[in-house]
Write a protein that binds this ligand. Sequence first.
Ligand code: ZN
Length: 283
Amino acid sequence: MKEKKDCKIVQDLLPSYIDGLTNEETNQFIKEHMKDCDECLKVLEDMKKELKQDKKKVSKQEVDYMKKYKRKMTVLKVIIGIIILGFVLIIGRRTAIMVSLSNKAKNAILSDNYYARLQSYQGNTLVITESYNKGDNYCTTMNYYSNQYQDRKLIFYKNGEEKIVVSEYEGEKYQLDAEHMIDGKIGPVTYVSEGFFANLQYALLVGIRTTYCNGKECYVLLGDGYERYIDKETGLAVRTIEKSTKEYNRETDWVVDYEYQFNTVEDSHLVKPDVSQYQKLQQ
Ligand SMILES: [Zn+2]
């Protein structure tokens, strides 16, 4: 039996010895001591056992944690997947609706025989536009009604090479320089674009609901500051509302109602203004 004093030293050194921190000379000393001292040997073995169990505990905790983490990640991935899928479905549905509307509107837009009536309201002003279109010829009349100004009328007429624009305002009748006036042709309006990608881009910007407007079953495109009602059957505009906004200095909503008739226009609808009644305006 070695001296108890040695045992005390050896046991103090054991933790460092197990961790391999002791130098060669110390190791030799410990080994020599162990040969003759069962007590210290037992302490060493107990220490090693305890260390193993601690390691096992730690690794089990790590595994549990990883399992939990993986489970959480799976749930998160599923949720993100559902959100993406939902988004794709919504955008896909909107795009499909708009592609279908633009296909329906195609014939109308290419038509060269139609009557269009637009009623535009903004604040105190009502403008009624009626346009008869046949081939390249047209006759478009715009009537302005307002409680701020006197009524005003504009007529755009085109027949072959002949173009006439006249105006009636404050009891005066003027013939305007038709060559320098904007075109009076009013085309059928649809608010969907042609082609899949254009509609897809649009679909990202608007919401779509079904509703009735002016007695027609419609889709309404709800965008930033506007509502556009489109006839489900024809793909053509039924109503647009440009909301009042400070950004564009618009104090009141601007509403336009649209109405179309196809293949009903006859030559007699294109009434040529009697220019002898109108005073030529000097430019
Ligand atoms: Zn000992």
